[in-house]
Design a protein around this ligand. Structure first.
Ligand code: TMP
Length: 214
């Protein structure tokens, strides 16, 4: 496949969407063809799935049902948007991908769905494909959640299903992302997100240059 696939991961309120916008601008200025997207909800059908997942009562699905819905969204996202864009040579930046399922549905929920199940779903929905680079933005969950609630105040639809989980969930989640990064150091880079927007952007550019030569 031509093109590149860069994913951004992390808990709530790490500043992923802001950083993706800044990286998009930076890469476009360098003349790259860039497509930005997100999970869940990177496609029209995916937005319907997103609504089911991020709104409403926190206990309306169990971890298995959630994982199935996230992988359904992901399969549609890959086949309808990510792969076609990459075939044309674009750099695709995605706000979350499969590491979020492992972090939220496995580590966050204290392993209520097994790693084997999630790996099987990955094989079915994604196959052998992987991101070229994954940037994990890391922050103390208490700081991240405060940022996330402040942002939600200005949103029409309140996407707070996951913010409703307790602090232990968010600490498990953070540790999960760090474990994922440790297991795949060639693909994943962890960056401290507790800094200014400009400083974090500088760190991200450095990683993208070093890892992908962009
Ligand atoms: P967002 O906050 O990045 O928009 O993501 C929406 C929510 O969905 C967020 O709380 C994280 C959660 N999520 C999962 O639980 N599993 C997944 O596989 C993905 C992609 C997101």
């Amino acid at each position: 496949m031509k093109g590149l696939f860069i994913t951004f991961e992390g808990g709530e309120g790490t500043g992923k969407s802001t950083q993706i916008k800044l990286l998009e601008e930076y890469l476009k200025e360098k003349g790259e063809d860039v497509v930005t997207s997100k999970e869940p909800g990177g496609t029209e059908v995916g937005l319907e799935i997103r609504k089911l997942l991020v709104c409403g009562d926190k206990d309306k699905f169990d971890a298995t049902a959630e994982a199935l819905l996230y992988f359904a969204d992901r399969h549609i996202h890959l086949t309808k948007k990510i792969w076609p864009a990459m075939e044309k040579g674009a750099i695709v930046l995605s706000d979350r991908f499969a590491d979020s399922t492992m972090a939220y549905q496995y580590y966050g929920y204290n392993k209520r769905v097994s790693k084997e199940t999630l790996n099987t779903l990955y094989d079915i929905a994604v196959g052998q494909f992987k991101p070229d680079l994954t940037i994990i933005l890391d922050i103390d969950p208490e700081k991240g959640l405060a940022r996330s609630f402040a942002k939600a105040k200005n949103m029409d639809v309140k996407e707070l299903r996951f913010e409703g989980r307790d602090l232990e969930f968010h600490h498990n989640l953070r540790n999960g992302f760090l474990e994922i990064a440790k297991a795949e150091p060639e693909r994943c880079v962890v960056l401290n997100a507790d800094k200014t927007i400009e400083d974090l952007h500088t760190d991200i550019i450095k990683v993208v240059e070093e890892k992908l030569g962009l």
